[in-house]
Ligand binder design. Structure first.
Ligand SMILES: Nc1ncnc2c1ncn2[C@@H]1O[C@H](COP(=O)(O)OP(=O)(O)OP(=O)(O)O)[C@@H](O)[C@H]1O
Ligand SMILES: [Mg+2]
Length: 447
């Protein structure tokens, strides 16, 4: 049995075609879950080696012994060697701890439950949106963690599908963005597919293929169109925005002519709001803290950036900013702040004003955000989205008969207005914002 898998930056879903009808796989009763995993314990990272008091004591005792044995060697040389020995022993202990990784994975929680457990427990390890990191330059240990996590999520989906469908699920058509989020240009996309393939193999899939997400959404819309028409598919997700130009409906096979991708999505609106409206309350533009620290704090999905932010020393920063930054370094605080940014972004679709209470940073601290503030924070993303639409319009050279909108961010009236502005004469068709892609992937998996 083959299923369609939408491994989304923000939400993941799976579906299959069974006896000619679409069956959505349920996760705790819902047709999708937050792409997040929580492990109760910290995952060791060999790069985290630091001379703790205990390790420093080991160095001292080695030094004492070696001073007697190697009287000619310099103190610097002896110290360097002692640190090297202690570091090697530490690495070996870490490697032994790695063997228990499998056990840790057994205790994993997924979806919203993962985020809640992380915030409640104030410890452990939360990985949200691992898809955002697949195209990043990763050192070997982080690469291993990311592949393991993707494998774990895919296995969670495979097992849920196997249980629900009552047959072993061994194959999948997995959605992929036209352009992955990447720190290495096109090479990031190649790496992302490699990692996903590796993870799918570990998750027990024998046969895997990939389909561009907007092409999948097109296959889904195709089935609803009685007459043939040329349609632009616009999928605005959490991490990426994907377009496809397709000829659909009318009983013939769908034809995808071309696609475009922007490696930005709704999560960039959260980061924009966070930087523009929240971070000034943490001293952005008001202290000597370099601007990139605030970007690192807001980039909750990029583990190396989060680690860098946590390692900064804010003891000498003017108050109240120093204390607020130190509170933001506490486990879970950046995640909480990002959650508030996302919530306000969604509220500002309907309301003129939103308020975030930052009690977890400082008692009584609250931030008001209005639409203007939101739009300023969203400026970069909105500009790029406009450019993408103008490019598509030029490349197509004609007005589509319709624009089919999908993706969670297409719920935003600001983003819909942006699409409509670029194609004023074209009717917008709002599809299921969450399930358009996975439904099409299920069609492809059945075909
Ligand atoms: N009402 C809303 N207004 C604005 N944004 C919303 C709304 N509801 C959800 N979103 C945003 O939609 C995004 C998630 O969309 P979706 O589930 O399509 O993403 P995804 O498929 O996980 O990501 P991708 O396809 O980029 O990998 C999130 O950024 C979320 O904040
Ligand atoms: Mg998506």
């Amino acid at each position: 049995m083959r299923i369609g898998i939408d491994f989304g930056t923000s939400y993941s879903a799976a579906a299959a075609r069974v006896d000619g009808r679409l069956e959505l796989i349920r996760f705790d009763g819902a047709p999708q879950f937050r792409t997040a995993v929580f492990f109760p314990e910290q995952i060791p990272n060999p790069e985290d080696f630091q001379l703790t008091p205990a390790l420093a004591a080991q160095v001292e005792s080695l030094l004492r012994a070696s001073r007697q044995q190697r009287a000619q060697a310099s103190e610097t040389q002896l110290r360097r060697d002692a640190v090297r020995v202690v570091r090697r022993q530490w690495m070996e202990e870490q490697a032994r701890a790695e063997s228990t990784v499998a056990e840790r994975f057994q205790q994993a929680l997924f979806g919203e439950a993962a985020v809640e457990a992380y915030l409640d427990e104030g410890g452990g390890h939360l990985i949200e949106s691992p898809k955002s990191m697949l195209g990043y330059r990763l050192d070997a240990p982080v690469r291993k963690v990311i592949v393991n996590i993707a494998a774990h999520i895919l296995e969670h989906m495979r097992l849920a599908a196997t249980r629900q469908l009552g047959v072993p699920v061994r194959g999948a058509v997995i959605g992929r963005p036209v352009a992955f989020r990447s720190s290495m240009g096109a090479a990031g996309g190649t790496q992302a597919l490699e990692l996903l393939r590796e993870a799918a193999g570990m998750a027990g899939f024998d046969e895997v293929s990939f389909l561009e997400e907007p092409a999948a959404a097109a296959m889904h819309y195709h089935l609803q169109l009685p007459a043939r028409q040329r349609t632009l598919i616009v999928d605005i997700g959490g991490g990426t925005t994907d377009l496809a130009w397709a000829e659909l409906g009318g009983g013939e096979a769908p034809r995808i002519h071309r696609s475009w991708g922007l490696a930005r999505g709704g999560s960039d609106l959260d980061i924009g709001l966070n930087l523009h409206s929240f971070m000034p309350h943490f001293g952005k533009d008001a202290t000597r803290v370099p601007a990139h620290h605030f970007v690192e704090a807001a980039s909750v999905h990029i583990l190396p950036k989060q680690r860098e932010f946590r390692q900064q020393d804010y003891r000498r920063i003017d108050e109240p900013f120093g204390a607020r930054l130190r509170a933001l370094q506490e486990p879970g605080a950046t995640t909480r702040l990002n959650r508030l940014a996302e919530r306000i972004k969604i509220e500002l679709g309907e309301a003129a004003q939103g308020r975030a209470s930052l009690d977890f940073i400082e008692k009584g601290l609250a931030v008001d955000v209005d639409r203007d503030g939101f739009l300023q924070g969203a400026g970069d993303f909105l500009g790029r989205l406009r450019q993408l639409l103008v490019q598509a319009r030029e490349d197509i050279g004609e007005a589509p008969a319709g624009i089919f909108l999908t993706g969670g961010s297409s719920r935003s009236p600001h983003l819909r207005a942006c699409v409509q502005d670029s194609f004023p004469e074209v009717p917008l068709v709002r599809g299921d914002a969450s399930l358009g892609v996975v439904s099409g992937l299920a069609e492809a998996a059945a075909g």
